[in-house]
Design a protein around this ligand. Structure first.
Ligand code: ZN
Length: 462
């Protein structure tokens, strides 16, 4: 890559060296971004090589004024050098990366990609993370200051085995990537952060899956694991279904055969298909061959080709989970959780609580909740956005300023979608007006995929 000497480059490949440009670079390097300027004095060439085969969607690079910190023997975190605060915070947040890699290796086999570096991108990055091998991309919103951002890192790391090693052959089998990765992520979280946190994540996922069933009630094809995407833009049907229903299916098999047998099966599955792309049928054949009789115990066809959530799916239970759900129920009767009850809560507990409240509540109750617990100002965007969504739907218009600020600060689709949806579907003229105005002003700061998502929400409801 031929780049200005003041910048540096990172890539989902092994870095070989940084050197001065040579005349032959013009013809030799097809990837050269600016070969016309190859000979300028203020340019350098960054050389990369990728020895492992990868599908094209995992090819990624970034060029910028980058700096890094070492956080482990296989891990550096990179961020823009202008943003020292982000770099400092990322160093702390992701300090546990090496421990996660080791746990992942114990569960799923050797880590095949040598490096596990992380790049924190500007806020316009539309996703939570992208699992590019050797160089994971992350949104700055995963840095929460309490190491809970580790969950997204656990997810991207889990892709090193499920997704990057075994890849779905096309988007109709996306669950093979994301369902297995969500399962693997929670196994890593269980070891590193404890079973209660893993169950909480499962609970948040379960809630999200039920919401998706509501979202797709007129488009049931999207609730199938293996689905028909002929003529469909994958961005339009992107949802939690492949993640959470896929997770439920993998967990269903684990529950059937027991963890020890399933762990063995998983290692064998990964070793058999590594560096290959497969479809759902290939997986099912392998499953039936290695766990004889499984098709008599689990309705495999219903799970992979049926709509909705099968009855033998697993609604998570844990003391914290049950407690939070019952506190959310009490809120409907006008009772707020006491300070004692929430003393131990971090972002995930609040997120689960807020997501289990009714879509809209009595405005005075919503305001009182925020007065006591300062949710609209939370540094954790999961909490902040869940609360603002509730505030919008409950017509608490004093939060419109905060909503506008949030929509103009982050471009992560996970936050844009619920906020714009809440504004557009609230039925209020003021809310619709705000949605239109903010999008007109913030549009250019959003990634093109995020722009498309917001556009389709606005055109549907406004
Ligand atoms: Zn993923």
């Amino acid at each position: 890559m031929n780049i200005p000497a003041s910048l540096s480059a990172v890539m989902s490949a092994r870095h070989v060296r940084r050197r001065l440009p040579l005349p032959e670079d013009v013809t030799k390097h097809l990837l050269d971004l600016s070969s016309l300027c190859w000979c300028a004095e203020d340019r350098v060439v960054e050389e990369f090589v990728m020895e492992q085969p990868i599908p094209p969607y995992l090819f990624a690079f970034a060029v910028g004024e980058l700096e890094f910190r070492e956080v482990g023997p296989r891990t550096r975190v990179y961020a823009e050098s202008a943003d020292v605060e982000v770099l400092d915070a990322a160093e702390v947040e992701f300090a546990g990366a090496e421990e996660m890699i080791r746990q992942g290796e114990k569960l799923f086999g050797e880590y095949d990609w040598e490096r596990f570096d992380l790049l924190v991108l500007p806020p316009s990055f539309p996703y939570g993370g992208m699992e590019n091998p050797r160089m994971v991309f992350l949104t700055p919103t995963v840095i929460k200051g309490d190491a809970s951002g580790g969950q997204v890192v656990a997810h991207e790391l889990a892709h090193s085995w499920t997704g990057n090693l075994i890849t779905n052959v096309n988007n109709e089998h996306f669950w093979l990537n994301e369902g297995f990765t969500t399962y693997a992520e929670r196994r890593i979280v269980e070891v590193v952060q404890g079973a209660d946190i893993a169950t909480l994540n499962m609970g948040i996922g379960w809630r999200g899956l039920k919401d998706e069933m509501e979202r797709f009630k007129d488009n049931l094809e999207c609730t199938k694991l293996k689905n028909n995407q002929q003529g469909v833009d994958p961005d339009d049907v992107y949802s939690q279904v492949p993640y959470e229903k896929g997770f439920q299916f993998v967990l269903r098999i684990e529950r059937q055969v027991g963890r020890t047998a399933f762990d063995e099966f998983l290692k064998k599955y990964i070793a058999t298909f590594k560096f290959k792309s497969i479809d759902t049928d290939t997986f099912l054949e392998f499953l039936k061959a290695n766990i004889p009789g499984i098709e008599k115990e689990i309705n495999l066809e219903l799970w992979t080709e049926g709509v909705g959530i099968p009855e033998d799916a697993y609604e998570p239970v844990s003391t914290i989970y049950t407690k939070i759900i019952s506190l959310a129920e009490e809120f409907k009767q006008g009772k707020m959780p006491s300070e004692d009850e929430v003393a131990e809560w971090k972002g995930q507990e609040w997120e689960l609580y807020l997501e289990n409240l009714p879509k809209s509540c009595e405005p005075s109750q919503v305001i009182a909740l925020d007065k006591r617990y300062r949710l609209a100002e939370s540094k954790d965007y999961e909490v902040k956005v869940s609360f603002l969504q509730l505030a919008i739907s409950s017509k608490c218009r004093e939060y419109h300023g905060e909503v506008e600020k949030t929509l103009k600060t982050v471009g992560r689709i996970k936050y844009l979608r619920p906020l714009f949806n809440a504004l557009a579907q609230s039925g209020g003229t003021e809310e619709k007006q705000l949605a239109k105005q903010v999008f007109a002003e913030a549009r250019e700061t959003y990634h093109p995929i995020a722009q498309g998502v917001v556009e389709s929400i606005l055109s549907k409801y406004i």
